[in-house]
Ligand binder design. Structure first.
Ligand code: SF4
Ligand code: SF4
Length: 185
């Protein structure tokens, strides 16, 4: 996983409501409906993504982080199993007044923290300023080598409104349509 359940509230909302989807049930439904299409777009991107794809996706990520309020969502913190670094786990266990063993027993399985994350308080992260690295970068659209991480991206579109809207807009931006088969020149 994971996220940033307490990103700052959006400063601007310039898009009209119909242009952006934030309803989590609808996003889940549309992602199921678009499943074949999303995987097809993923295959197309592997072969045909433009050289500046990381920059394009970075811009889309920034755009949707400005438009979508993570404090009204927290779906990643509620739904995803998360792998934290050892040092981060120690800090979190300490915050809860537990030993690492107690924390593992209560909240983890197979080295991952089970959802909902024990640090989630309502829709806010109780350790927001010190949240783990993986939470800071979720849904990982601003990391380099976007086309090498597409499986994770396709998984995240069903969970994260930012990933969902960015992936949908990327299709339009690149002029991609279902059934398009052209390969890199
Ligand atoms: S699922 Fe996406 S939009 Fe929702 S809190 Fe996590 S990062 Fe923010
Ligand atoms: S520590 Fe937990 S609640 Fe905080 S951002 Fe990460 S997953 Fe969400």
């Amino acid at each position: 996983m994971t996220c940033a359940a307490e990103r700052k509230p959006p400063e601007q909302k310039q898009l009209k409501a119909h242009e952006i989807e934030t309803d989590l049930s609808r996003i889940q439904h549309l992602s199921q409906e678009h499943d074949d299409e999303n995987w097809e777009f993923r295959s197309w991107l592997k072969q045909n993504a433009p050289d500046n794809i990381d920059g394009i996706v970075h811009e889309l990520s920034q755009k949707y982080f400005a438009l979508i309020d993570c404090t009204q969502c927290a779906n990643c913190c509620r739904s995803l199993q998360t792998e934290f670094k050892k040092s981060e786990l120690h800090t979190i266990a300490k915050t809860l007044g537990q030993s690492i063993k107690e924390f593992e027993k209560q909240f983890m399985s197979e080295g991952m923290v089970n959802p909902p994350c024990p640090m989630l308080d309502g829709k806010l992260c109780s350790i927001y300023e010190n949240r783990p690295e993986v939470c800071r970068s979720f849904p990982h659209l601003e990391k380099p080598h976007f086309t090498s991480r597409l499986m994770g991206v396709v998984d995240n579109v069903a969970i994260c409104p930012i990933a969902f809207n960015a992936y949908e807009e990327l299709k339009t931006k690149l002029g991609w349509t279902k059934g398009r088969r052209d390969l890199r020149r």
